[in-house]
Design a protein around this ligand. Structure first.
Ligand code: NZQ
Ligand code: ZN
Length: 393
């Protein structure tokens, strides 16, 4: 077991109509003039944005709006947001939406409070010293960005997608009303469930320092999301299933399921970020398309964990054969689950027709992004990354 710090400063306000508390929460955390940041317009169409601005007006909280954060959010809009915040003396950010709006807001928050080019942080050139305080009204359960320390931004030039993590950007509050996720297309709901499970699996498939309590929490979370993702596939308006998945999304990425281990593997995420940068695919779908190939490539190096996962999460019988056989059955069962919720299990099903050159480019960019190599279940170098991309075609 490794030593660990566990820091989750976000105040969670969970349940029906909780968005009505947004003005009180902004006041509680000292916001006087707010930038409301959102995505491509789902919050306009649902009427949520109007309700939020009405509530702020009533409470006498000044605000301006900036929409347009796209999935795999762009650096260009971040620059625009930084300028706007400086010009308007914004002291609080409110992200209304999913991971893309939240991450874009986090990057804006870094840019306003630190001198120089905000991309430097995502390019690992230097570290941020601060971030504007941020609150969230979540509309999709997926990334866990509402409690996480990370944000992921894509630089349009060269299509480079990079994440940056620091405690400064952890949201002050997260309003989570499961009803707000009921307008999601089924595909996005399934992408979200996949991402939530992957955040837990990245921390589970490690070669070092595991704790029984952490494993139990992780396995319970994975079983819960799997069961409720299947419920939502046929009954998307099921409030309890929405609620289970939403809370799981936050717990999957606020650090809880990583306590005591070596920090996790994270290579499926790194490989996906190159896909997302180059082909603009939905993050969760990209993860599903890659995971099986990654798992088959690494499982022998992390066999006890793959066996444990197969039995405790995927329900494979401990008498199903050798350890390797059990592990492989667990991988198969995971892919079958993805199929049941209509997620892709390879690049073709994802709609990506990658050439050899594309795969080489992604493997190279991925290797550069991780300083040559990364992975805990198995340490991967550029040639391994290329092999996994090839297997996933
Ligand atoms: O943009 P709008 O119009 O709002 O539409 C969005 C978008 O098209 C739509 N949507 C969201 N809530 C909705 C809704 N449509 C109808 N009703 C609602 N209630 O869903 C689509 C996806 O939204 P987005 O915010 O892009 O999804 P997600 O939350 O999955 O975020 C994905 C981004 O987060 C990054 C991903 O790489 C990707 O760029 N990640 C961020 C992490 C973090 N900060 O901790 C960790 C993750 O591993 C991930 O890398
Ligand atoms: Zn993710």
């Amino acid at each position: 077991m490794f030593d660990f710090n566990y820091f989750t400063p976000t105040k969670v306000v969970f349940g029906k109509n909780t968005e009505n508390k947004v003005a009180d929460l902004i006041k509680e955390f000292g916001g006087k003039k707010v930038l409301i940041h959102y995505g491509g317009g789902s919050v306009v169409r649902s009427g949520l944005l109007q309700r939020v601005t009405d509530i702020l007006d009533k409470a006498g909280i000044k605000h301006i709006e900036l929409g347009g954060a796209v999935p795999n959010p762009h650096l260009g809009l971040v620059y625009e947001g930084i300028e706007l915040c400086k010009k308007e003396n914004i002291d609080f950010l409110l992200a209304v939406g999913g991971g893309s709006a939240i991450d874009s807001a986090k990057a804006i928050g870094y840019g306003v409070t630190n001198d120089g080019d905000v991309w430097d942080f995502y390019d690992y050139k230097r570290k941020a010293n601060a971030c504007l305080p941020l609150g969230v009204i979540l509309t999709i359960a997926a990334t866990g960005s509402e409690m996480s320390d990370s944000s992921v931004i894509t630089k349009e030039e060269g299509l480079v997608k990079r994440g940056y993590s620091s405690d400064f950007c952890r949201p002050r509050f997260a309003i989570m009303n499961p009803e707000l996720t009921m307008t999601l297309p089924d595909y996005q709901t399934a992408c979200g469930c996949t991402d939530i499970m992957m955040h837990t699996m990245e921390r589970y498939f490690t070669s070092g320092g595991n704790m029984e309590i952490t494993d139990s929490l992780a396995e319970g979370l994975l079983r819960t999301v799997k069961e409720n993702a299947l419920i939502l596939a046929s009954d998307p308006k099921n409030y309890n299933a929405r609620a289970e998945v939403m809370w799981a999304g936050s717990l999957a990425h606020n650090g809880l399921t990583g306590c005591g281990n070596d920090g996790g593997d994270w290579m499926t995420h790194k490989l996906e970020h190159e896909l997302g940068g180059l082909y603009d695919v939905a993050h969760g779908a990209g993860l599903a398309a890659l995971w099986g190939s990654w798992a088959r490539y690494v499982y022998k190096n992390c066999l006890p964990r793959f066996k444990k996962y197969a039995i405790n999460v995927m329900g494979v019988s401990p008498d199903a054969g050798s350890d390797e056989k059990i592990a492989l059955k667990g991988i198969e069962a995971t892919e079958n689950f993805y199929r049941e919720i209509k997620m892709p299990t390879n690049l073709r099903e994802l709609g990506v027709n990658a050439t050899d050159e594309d795969l080489k480019l992604m493997a190279h960019k991925c290797a550069v992004g991780v300083n040559g190599g990364k992975g805990s279940a198995r340490f991967l170098k550029e040639e391994d990354m290329l092999e996994i991309y090839k297997m996933s075609r």
